[in-house]
Design a protein around this ligand. Structure first.
Ligand SMILES: [Zn+2]
Length: 182
């Protein structure tokens, strides 16, 4: 997903550059006029070539506007990217927080009690007795809050990890706010 986004933006940037070149050609602006303008602005502004001047101004204004929009879109895409803002979630009765590695995989998953935000560890899980038909696990936080979970420790961690990746693929992720669930 992240990769294709970058490809899309590069394609947009190339299209914009192409459109601006065509526009410049249409308005009769060439490298010579542009360079002349940059090199000796004073002379350029005092030339009697009125038409070229307004065309150049129009082209420059449009170019800046279009480039600004493209840049803004790129900045916003990075700013609002799930890899920046989807770094936690309340799920399976617990609060989870994680980071993304360079391959956009969620790593360093941490669990917290949803009632007091104390961190939970794999050793805080109590598994069903061997031979019992129960499948639920129980996790007890240091403050004594008990949460029932469908599985425990690393199995639950893997499940949450897979769900995070699925939510990013299906765009169902939400920006994470570090608060206790209501
Ligand atoms: Zn607690």
């Amino acid at each position: 997903m992240g990769y294709w986004k970058h490809v899309a933006f590069t394609a947009i940037a190339i299209l914009v550059a192409g459109a601006l070149t065509v526009l410049a050609k249409y308005l009769g602006i060439n490298v010579t006029t542009a360079v002349a303008w940059l090199k000796c602005t004073h002379d350029f502004w005092n030339t009697p070539v009125e038409i070229i001047r307004w065309k150049f101004v129009l082209w420059a204004a449009l170019s800046i506007a279009v480039l600004a929009v493209v840049l803004l879109r790129i900045v916003l895409a990075v700013w609002a990217s799930p890899y920046r803002v989807y770094v936690g979630e309340y799920t399976h009765g617990l609060i989870w927080e994680w980071a993304f590695n360079t391959r956009y995989e969620p790593v360093e998953l941490r669990m917290f009690c949803a009632k007091c935000f104390r961190e939970l560890h794999d050793s805080d899980f109590k598994y069903p007795m061997p031979g019992s038909t129960a499948t639920e696990c129980e996790v007890t936080c240091p403050a004594g809050h008990i949460t029932k979970t469908e599985s425990g420790g690393s199995a639950l961690r893997e499940k949450v990890k897979a769900a995070i990746e699925l939510k990013i693929r299906t765009r169902k992720w939400k920006r994470y706010k570090r608060t206790l669930p209501k």
